[in-house]
Design a protein around this ligand. Structure first.
Ligand code: NAD
Length: 475
């Protein structure tokens, strides 16, 4: 049984509750996990509160050293982490290995944050000093989704720790295993007991955690619906990373071969279970036909299968229930007039679904508006760029947008006009730890990445230091 990790100890649930985690590629039960209830939430927040008194006083250089040590332990344990991740999430093992390496590099970057926390001094009269500083909030509740479990265990906790907060992490119930391992690695790296607590459970556990009065900041990644409910119920600062419906616009000036090859990855990487997946393919009518020929050929070549096989490119969806939801989206799209021109077939065993191309989609259809979060791309056509921009901006989301063109002026023009937190030209999924991003519209609130992370996880304090012998009013 996988316990919670509270105050540096493995603890079963106080009321003995458990749940099972399933291997989505086989449908078999993988392991039993403690299910957090109110008493466990209280214990985790209390432990984090106590640890916070110490952790916020640890010198910046020591916090940085611990983050680097954690990066080293993750590199050393890469095989174990990647294999566990592939089994618990259905993701291809090669992607899991990539993620583990990315996480270690991210920790090296987060290790630069503690020594970059800055304040300012302000002009004052002699004998007075006015300065600002950034202080940790205290206990951060980190609530994460299942689509990149280990990655989110790291990215939801490390910036908070780097800036002097302590954390209670609630990973998604579908993929608890690698976050438990991560918590153990944090302890081995030397983080004090209670600085990183791992609380297992489902949405009810998450809701209890988010509502706990000892929590001073919430960082949430997940669906727009749950993010909205957390924000509405909460009185503390919320950092929200939510859903998306990325438009991938192929103009008549695109390099079609490169665009088709990369757009397949953009649509189907991680079985399309990516918040920034290029799930709406917008094609200039002038190039739609040759582009689709290349795109469909590349889609047909995707290797779907056993997540543990090194050549697999697309694994299972997270669960059979989630696959059923994706299939409902497909049926609705067909009812509304779209046609499935590739894929669409489920596997008999495991939660697999062939990469699926929906053609004949128009902007008002659900397939053009709602996040499907599966291996499904909705193809639409446009006659001129104004129309492309209108379609691209025509959803309530605003996470990312992609443009394919070799014309600089066109790229700059579209970058100006697309309402999204990230605009990629010819390079979807490009991402660097030192570059921040933020979702627009219903896609989020608050910045992630870069030095901007510091402001996200600290609060401002301004201090006026005066001297009784130098009064601040004129005599
Ligand atoms: P979800 O919102 O259902 O669950 C996310 C987490 O919230 C889980 O840990 C879950 O247990 C918990 N939760 C559920 N109900 C809760 C409640 N009422 N209160 C508190 N916590 C609760 O999302 P999901 O299905 O796990 O993940 C898929 C979603 O995540 C997609 O919409 C995707 O776009 C989004 N996502 C966004 C980003 C981003 O960076 N913007 C990244 C990855 C995933």
């Amino acid at each position: 049984m996988n316990a919670h990790l509270i105050d540096g100890e493995e603890r079963p649930s106080e009321k003995g509750g458990t749940f099972t985690t399933i291997n989505p590629a086989t449908g078999e039960e993988l392991d039993t996990v403690a299910l957090g209830g109110e008493a466990d939430v209280n214990a985790a927040v209390d432990a984090a509160t106590r640890a916070g008194h110490l952790w916020r006083r640890v010198p910046a250089a020591e916090r940085a050293a611990l983050l680097r040590r954690l990066a080293g332990l993750i590199r050393a344990g890469a095989s174990e982490i990647a294999t566990l991740e592939a089994r618990d999430s259905g993701r291809p093992i090669s992607d899991c290995h990539d993620d583990v390496a990315i996480c270690a590099d991210l920790l090296d970057y987060y290790a630069t944050l503690p020594q970059n926390i800055r304040g300012a001094t302000y002009a004052e009269q002699p004998g007075h000093l006015t300065h600002s500083r950034r202080e940790p909030y205290g206990v951060v509740a980190a609530i994460a989704p299942w689509n990149f479990p280990f990655f989110f265990a790291v990215t939801k906790t490390a910036p908070a720790l780097a800036t002097g907060n302590t954390v209670v992490l609630k990973m998604a119930e579908q993929t608890p295993l690698t976050s438990i391992l991560y918590g153990k690695l944090c302890l081995r790296a030397g983080f004090p007991p209670g600085a990183v607590n791992i609380l297992n459970g489902d949405g009810r556990t998450g809701a209890l955690l988010a509502a706990h009065p000892g929590v001073k900041k919430i960082t949430f990644t997940g669906s727009t619906e749950v993010g909205r409910s957390i924000r509405q119920a909460s009185t503390v600062s919320c950092h929200l990373e939510l859903g998306g419906k990325t438009a991938n616009i192929v103009t008549k000036h695109a390099d079609l071969v490169a665009a088709a090859r990369t757009s397949v990855h953009h649509a189907f990487f991680n079985a399309g279970q990516v918040c920034t997946a290029g799930s709406r393919l917008l094609l200039d009518e002038a190039i739609a036909e040759p582009f689709m020929e290349l795109f469909l050929r590349a889609t047909a070549g995707i290797v779907v299968g056993d997540p543990l096989a090194p050549t697999t490119q697309v694994g299972a969806l997270i669960s059979e229930q989630h696959r059923a939801r994706v299939q409902e989206h497909l049926s609705r799209a067909v009812d509304e007039g779209a046609s499935i021109i590739a894929g669409g077939n489920p596997s008999a065993v495991g939660a697999f679904l062939e990469p699926t191309v929906l053609d004949g989609v128009v902007p008002g259809m659900a397939a053009a508006q709602e996040e499907i979060f599966g291996p499904v791309v909705s193809v639409m056509r446009f006659r001129h760029l104004d129309e492309a921009v209108r379609i691209a901006n025509g959803t309530p989301y605003g996470l990312a947008a992609t443009v394919w063109t070799d014309q600089l002026a066109e790229a700059l023009d579209l970058t100006d006009r697309l309402d999204a937190g990230i605009v990629w030209t010819n390079c979807p999924y490009r991402d660097h730890a030192h570059v921040p991003y933020e979702g627009h519209g219903l896609s989020g609130q608050g910045e992630e990445g870069g030095l901007e992370t510091i402001n996200e996880f600290t609060q401002l304090k301004v201090a006026y230091l005066g001297s009784p012998s130098t009064p601040w009013t004129l005599p």
